[in-house]
Design a protein around this ligand. Structure first.
Ligand code: PEP
Ligand code: MN
Length: 341
């Protein structure tokens, strides 16, 4: 349920409504907009309905949240969320460039790439230490050693780190370096993982599952939000269709449609969708034009030598020119480039 307070409602009246909601075991999520405060009451609908909150001082109306996802819904927030963490702003009017290699390979590779991202004004540095690989015989990532190299790159460049967590058993070491925990497409519906990330309160980027609907993606976000973690970004990274000419099909329609459904920032990953370097530039421009809040892109100093995802990696020495073009497209779409605060 959604409790819309009157414009003149006092803080004491808002707090009294919050207390009543929580008295029946539901959770109250007040969000204070420019005009009014709206309180989301998440829990057993019958219990909340019995509270007769319409009659409460300061309450204007009580309406049901129609979608199965509540905290993620546009209906509850009614304005775009601008997330603020690690000295960056994500969402709202901001456009965020996240770049780095698919996986952490060597110290030289990680540091060289991180310097390039920093010099080109990138907002975050990405790199996987734990890699979800289709084959159990393929390189699985450097694990803790990879995290150590990411920490070194962060210390040198000041870039906040985006890195994937696949297993709750690795949460602690990942929390030591990750400014943003990436949930990979294959783990989008790993509910214990999402819940732990929610509890950790660390910002997260949730990638859309290969066959996930937008509603399923939003329900994944809800698992994190439900734990009180508000810093959730969604990522469209291509879905599986009948087409085999490219790796996945980048569903750019998801961007404007998600923006109708949710207040959360939407990031686009052109690299994994395309699987081919030559498509990454045009897809990034299209993503910016359609209103994406940012891009997460794979780059590598020597893509031909990359251990994983080389064919889709942009050459690191071409990143600055690429970023400038994409940021121009984002500016045309009304965004400001999210530079360090
Ligand atoms: C990645 O970002 O390197 C990755 C494995 O992405 P996805 O989970 O979208 O396949
Ligand atoms: Mn990859």
């Amino acid at each position: 349920m959604m409790i819309i307070m009157k414009a003149e409602a006092t803080e004491a009246e808002i707090q009294a409504v919050v207390d009543r909601i929580e008295s029946v075991g539901a959770k109250a999520h007040p969000s204070r907009g420019a005009e009014v405060c709206v309180i989301g009451a998440i829990g057993d609908r019958e219990h909340v309905a019995r509270l007769d909150l319409e009659a409460h001082a300061g309450v204007d109306s009580v309406v049901p949240i129609l979608k199965p996802y509540k905290l993620a819904s546009w209906q509850l927030a009614h304005e775009r969320s601008t997330l603020q963490f690690a000295g960056r702003k994500v969402g709202g009017d901001h456009f965020t460039m996240i770049a780095g290699p698919c996986t952490v390979e060597t110290r030289d590779q990680v540091l060289t790439t991180a310097r390039i991202v920093r010099d080109a004004g990138g907002a975050f540095y990405r790199g996987g230490a734990y890699k979800p690989r289709t084959s159990p015989y393929a390189f699985q990532g450097l694990g803790q050693e990879g995290l150590r190299l990411l920490a070194e790159a962060k210390a040198e460049t000041g870039l906040p780190i985006v890195t994937e967590l696949m297993d709750t058993r690795d949460l602690e070491p990942v929390l030591e370096v990750a400014d943003v925990i990436q949930v990979g497409a294959r783990n989008m519906q790993n509910y214990p993982l999402l819940t732990e990330i929610g509890r950790s309160n660390r910002p997260t980027l949730i990638k859309r599952g290969l066959t996930a609907t937008l509603e399923e993606l939003l329900m994944a976000a809800e698992y994190v939000l439900k734990e009180g973690n508000e810093n959730v970004m969604l990522c469209e990274r291509g879905i599986r269709t009948f087409e085999t000419a490219y790796r996945f099909t980048l569903d750019l329609m998801a961007v404007p449609v998600l923006k109708e459904l949710t207040h959360l920032p939407i990031i686009v990953d052109p690299s994994h969708a395309a699987g081919r370097r030559d498509l990454v530039g045009p897809l990034s421009l299209a993503a910016a034009a359609v209103g994406a809040d940012g891009i997460i892109v794979e780059i590598h100093p020597e893509p031909d030598e990359a251990i994983c995802d080389g064919p889709q990696a942009l050459r690191a020495d071409e990143f600055a020119a690429y970023a400038e073009r994409v940021e121009q497209a984002a500016a045309l779409a009304g965004k400001v480039v999210s530079a360090p605060a």
